[in-house]
Design a protein. Sequence first.
Length: 298
Amino acid sequence: MNPYTDKMINESTLIRSFSENIAEDDLVWHRDRKDRIVEVIYSNGWMFQHDDSIPTLMTPGDILEVSANEWHRIIKGKGRLIVKITEGKKKKLSKKQKKIAQAAPPPDEITGADFKALNKKNVDEGNPRQYDAPPGSKREKLLKKASALYKKGNIKGAAAVRQRMEEPHLAESKITIHKSVLLEMINDAVEEEKLDIALQELEDRLDEKRKKKKSGKSPKGLSKAVKKSLDKKADKRCLTRGSVYSEFRKGLAAFLSSGSRKGMSAHQWAHARVNSAQPSKKWATVKKRKKCPKKKKK
């Protein structure tokens, strides 16, 4: 059973959520079959570690690139971790990746054959420089033990040994990021609330896009009920309907980017913006009509 839940957006993109109750033992070293672009949506003290580097703090907005068959892992922080994963996008190999790809055919793609060839070479020539494992050192012994366990199929055992190898680096990294983690803990309650709103709005927008795509309408279109309400406001205040629609959309965008009062929905916030907008105000986009509609006689 996977230690996370996925929500598919399309064939190559998904939202992955890790629970705050996840066991650290479930977050093992692993590899993916395809290249991945990982965008951090929410994180509080969670860290990401590539095979040849120390752990780095994951903060909202970070973009992480993970190559196919590259060893990596996630280290647990506080609360939930939510990331957006886009899979299968091909990108140019770096100089270091090209060297790995050339270890075995094909020369322009990293495959399992490349790692087997490199492992065989390492046995003859010693460990690669990035492991910092001099011959005869404790780190070299752990490295060989992990490799032997992995070849036997004991992946969990190999991951546990690699964990022991990285403990000194992990401790040093945690001391370095202590201050930033503390600040994030202070803002945790606020961020949690904003995250829930943002995710709900994301789901609503995706549902709306699917509906608009089926009906052939523009994604920026407003529902009939919303238009009817806005038309009444525009006619009553002698404003052009198009400018009132535009003001309403700006209210929706402001809700997502800047937030709102607690307890208000995105539509309530947008309607409040329309109600307070005047052509004389610099921030407003509403415009007066040349001719005001005649009031209906009672």
